[in-house]
Ligand binder design. Structure first.
Ligand code: 0O2
Length: 215
């Protein structure tokens, strides 16, 4: 290959990656608007925090290898849909669904896939609502419809997932059965905590709306 051809490839790769950064910015702005608007009219925040991550080149290559994706930009763009990732941590389970509904009902957001691991947790106990959406990225000469993965979950689910992730990699994916059992129990405890918190929140909200006593 000539130097010019390699320089051109480099330019394309940089532009390719930058596009996902812009897609994260687009989605993040949407979430922040929902968050601020909700906080203004209610007495709590449905969104506790939002994390973003742009997949590293290394894990992009690893994933392409794992799924057998052909080594060209167009195939990667189509087949690897979590290059841009956002994780939204909510107070309550109902907030997670609310965020998903508000985002996916926006006219410039296209819902591509939903994996509802809240309604159907993974066997290890993992819970989260995963959306793959497409958002438009408005560039100077074109609009790029770009895939973004949005994971939405409660604080309790997030706490569990962070620890599980650490344990999983600590043991190089071969977690001892005893720890797997305990993790599953911890996931059940997280579900129970989410239920209790939602019930308490509902009771307090009902009180605010005019009920005078709690039974
Ligand atoms: P990272 O570093 O967080 O991005 P795929 O997206 O194709 O790799 P799959 O199973 O089709 O895999 O997608 P799915 O089920 O939507 O899960 C993708 C992401 O969800 C993972 O990304 C994790 O972030 C998270 N996740 C899924 N299952 C678990 C789990 O059991 N425990 C924890 N802690 N997180 C989970 P990556 O690419 O693995 O990692």
């Amino acid at each position: 290959p000539t130097l010019d051809a390699l320089r051109e490839l480099q330019q394309r790769l940089v532009a390719f990656r930058l596009n996902y950064k812009f897609a994260i910015d687009m989605a993040l702005t949407k979430i922040n608007i929902l968050r601020e608007e909700f906080e203004q009219s209610h007495d709590y925040s449905p969104i506790e925090h939002v994390n973003t991550r742009l997949k590293s080149m290394e894990s992009l290559v690893q994933k392409a290898l794992r799924i057998g994706c052909p080594p060209d930009i167009d195939s990667i763009r189509e087949q690897i849909r979590d290059i841009a990732g956002l994780r939204v941590t909510c107070a309550f389970v109902s907030d997670a669904y609310w965020v998903a509904e508000m985002l996916t009902s926006q006219p410039d957001v296209t819902l591509v896939q939903v994996k509802d691991y809240i309604a159907n947790p993974k066997p290890n106990g993992y819970q989260s609502l995963h959306l793959i959406v497409q958002v438009p990225v408005y560039l100077s000469d074109r609009t790029e419809s770009t895939y973004v993965e949005i994971q939405i979950r409660t604080i309790a689910m997030d706490f569990w997932a962070s620890l599980e992730h650490k344990i999983y990699y600590k043991f190089d994916r071969a977690v001892p059965p005893r720890l797997l059992d305990e993790l599953k129990q911890a996931a059940d405890a997280a579900t129970e905590l989410d239920r209790t918190m939602a019930r308490l929140h509902d009771e307090v909200t009902a009180l605010d709306r005019g009920a005078t006593t709690l039974d």
